[in-house]
Design a protein around this ligand. Structure first.
Ligand code: KIV
Length: 289
């Protein structure tokens, strides 16, 4: 039995209110017509069933990003993230959503060796999670692999510019494309990935001028993160956007301050436990009189 079957009798997961209405790869791809996207594509990361349920009505794409390594597991980078982690969280996000297209990141080391290795890893991710697409980092070097996967029924999202899995080569997470040479490389990477068949391209942490040039140049929709409002859509790490972390990249906008709200709730709970104010009659079971 696949891991993404919903057991409606025992699970908190909501069954699909509108079966068969999930966004599809062709529908997302078709949002960009004649080089323009009328309405930008909304994409957020999700790693858990409940977060997927909350975000799903507002997004076209939910990305199970390998950023979960840092956000969920407290790892120093995305490099140690495993296929097992991606499969477990991918299946949870599929269970918690019914409208958005769910894409799962291929973790470092699971696809770079050869197109065949990438196919084995990506097909496992799709079988175990029920996701509709995978994302992988890299430009020209990954073009052959993207074409190989796409021709074999695996829709691929490309990811160019700042590629966090390459942190050890790049030496950090600074913006890319500051020199003309680097800018040209990002543009040729995006073109290569698009020509290879990627149906979406994430452009991360680049000079705005490059993001707009990439968006104008390639036929596939371009999703920006630390890029430009001119992109065909935007993505952020949800926990960053919700204000769960004190330190975030410059390109993050906080739409809430959940860290302090959670702190206040936990402090109120702790105070009531210590003073025996919780639980009250309302939260306790008593014999019926
Ligand atoms: O891993 C991730 O969450 C990502 C997005 C930030 C694009 O790759």
């Amino acid at each position: 039995m696949s891991t993404f079957t919903i057991d409606t009798s025992t699970s908190r997961a909501t069954p699909s209110p509108v079966p068969g209405k999930r966004m599809t790869v062709p529908a997302i791809r078709a949002r960009k017509k004649d080089g323009r996207t009328e309405q930008p594509i909304v994409m957020l990361t999700a790693y858990t069933m409940r977060m997927a349920q909350l975000l799903d009505p507002h997004c076209e794409v939910l990305l199970v990003g390998d950023s979960l390594g840092q956000v969920i597991y407290g790892l120093p980078s995305t490099v140690p993230v495993t296929l097992e982690m991606m499969c477990a969280h991918g299946a949870a996000v599929v269970r918690g959503s019914w409208h958005s297209l769910v894409a799962v990141d291929m973790p470092f080391g699971s696809y770079e060796g050869s197109p065949e290795q990438a196919f084995a890893s990506a097909s496992r991710v799709m079988k175990e999670t029920g996701c509709a697409a995978v994302k992988l980092e890299g430009g020209e070097a990954m073009a052959e692999t993207i074409a190989f996967l796409t021709r074999r029924g695996i829709p691929v999202i490309g990811h160019v510019g700042l590629t966090p899995q390459a942190v050890n080569v790049l030496g950090g997470y600074g913006a890319r494309g500051k020199s003309e040479k680097e800018a040209q490389k990002i543009l040729s990477d995006a073109k290569a990935v698009a020509d290879a068949g990627a149906f979406l391209i994430v452009v991360e942490g680049v000079m705005e001028t490059i993001a707009t040039e990439v968006t104008r140049t390639v036929a596939a929709p371009v999703i920006g993160i630390g890029a430009s409002a001119e992109c065909d859509g935007q993505v952020l790490v949800t926990e960053d956007m919700l204000g769960l972390f004190e330190r975030t990249p410059r390109f993050v906008k906080r739409y809430d301050d959940l860290a302090s709200r959670i702190g206040h709730a936990a402090a109120a709970y702790a105070e009531e436990v210590r003073s025996r104010a919780f639980p009250t009659e309302e939260q306790t079971y008593r014999p019926k009189s």
